[in-house]
Design a protein around this ligand. Structure first.
Ligand SMILES: Cc1ncc(C[n+]2csc(CCOP(=O)(O)OP(=O)(O)O)c2C)c(N)n1
Ligand SMILES: [Mg+2]
Length: 356
């Protein structure tokens, strides 16, 4: 990697770190509501991957989704506004932390359902096959997803149909408060790829260069040979599962040990040694990133709230395939369909009433 590119990668990791540290403060101040899952500690995976994708490639991820959008180069301002529930947000303030979508940049979002997006990734890969392009899909998910049926369905069909999807397990050792050793019968999660006869590998997820090498091979394989890969990036989340997690299931020693392999600091060392970047240069970059984050917060604070009458917009997509009979049972659909999108009173279907 050339020096300029290496510096850009460092800046992207720093932006994720500073952006999310600020998010944690805003959450405590009550300015961010709902769930907030921080990616701090895992930055090398998102940044290593995004540096390899072409502008027309796709990616899809779980609810811990801030880092990928930032690494892909999405403006932090609409991302911060989304977290604050404002109209200037990337999902018009209605998606929040778990739903950063930016389709023009190939970002098909965060998904709140564990492993729910793996079959979506396979579907995206299938669309690439039908259109006969050489795009690829990278699908990121946690260690908790490998025990869901959707993981197996997506891997099976991707192997069977030769779909250009790179599946990346980010093994941060825990699914909420459950250690992976208590959840998975197989310790090396990447070995699960053997059940589907696909290439598989594990990689140090704290080391950006290692991530880049492994992902680079997998992406090329998807692009040229139309073959999926299962990668396991061994990483660690420094913070709790979400902001409401006191994290009593792990020791201080374990956290400190993992922090001693910090991906941002590790890469700073590489920049200083290999590219002879001065410490003052990195400090100046940090200040610049902090200013960029503050600018995003200002934008979010100044952005208005969405109007109440838009509440039922964006719930359904009008489609000839919609199951009208099922949809008609949903008050949100009935309201969205009518001219006046806000019902006078919120109707409850008879069979959904308490006691029925
Ligand atoms: C299908 C489903 N089951 C349970 C949950 C509740 N849940 C939310 S996050 C989570 C843990 C997932 O852990 P992992 O896949 O390792 O991702 P991480 O949070 O570590 O990034 C669970 C069980 C859910 N969202 N979806
Ligand atoms: Mg996990």
């Amino acid at each position: 990697m050339k020096k300029d590119e290496a510096l850009a990668h460092y800046r992207a990791m720093l932006l994720i770190r500073r952006f999310e540290e600020r998010c944690a403060q805003l959450y405590v101040q009550g300015k961010i509501g709902g769930f907030l899952h921080l990616y701090i500690g895992q930055e090398a995976v998102a940044v290593g991957a995004m540096g390899l994708l072409r502008p027309d490639d796709y990616f899809v991820t779980s609810y811990r989704d801030h880092g990928y959008a930032l690494a892909r180069g999405t403006d932090p301002r609409p991302l911060m506004a989304e977290l604050c529930g404002k109209i200037g947000g990337i999902s018009r303030g209605k998606g929040g932390s778990m739903h950063f979508y930016d389709v023009p940049s190939g970002n098909f979002g965060g998904d709140g359902i564990v492993a729910g997006h793996l079959p979506i990734a396979a579907g995206m890969g299938y669309s690439i096959r039908i259109r006969e392009t050489d795009q690829v899909v990278v699908c990121f998910f946690g260690d908790g997803a490998v025990n869901e049926g959707a993981f197996h369905e997506a891997l099976n069909v991707s192997a069977l149909w030769g779909l250009p999807v790179v599946f990346v397990i980010e093994n941060n050792r825990y699914g909420m408060g459950t250690s992976i050793s208590r959840a998975s019968s197989v310790k090396d999660l990447y070995q699960r790829g053997s059940a589907y006869g696909i290439p598989r590998q594990d990689v140090d997820g704290m080391d950006l260069l290692a991530v880049r090498e492994a992902l680079g091979e997998a992406i090329e394989r998807a692009r040229k040979d139309k073959q999926p890969t299962l990668l396991e990036a061994e990483t660690y989340r420094y913070r709790g599962h979400s902001m409401s997690d006191p994290g009593k299931y792990r020791t201080k020693d374990e956290i400190e040990e993992m922090m001693s392999h910090d991906p941002v600091r590790l890469f700073a060392k590489h920049l200083r040694k290999k590219h002879r970047v001065a410490a003052t240069h990195l400090e100046a970059m940090d200040k610049d990133v902090l200013a960029q984050v503050e600018d995003a917060v200002k934008y979010a604070e100044q952005s208005p709230w969405p109007a109440p009458e838009t509440l039922y917009e964006d719930v359904y997509v009008r489609s000839p395939f919609i199951n009208a009979r099922a949809a008609d049972r949903d008050p949100a659909w009935r309201a969205a369909r009518s001219e006046d999108r806000v019902p006078q009173e919120f109707p409850v279907p008879d069979d959904a009433k308490v006691g029925s």
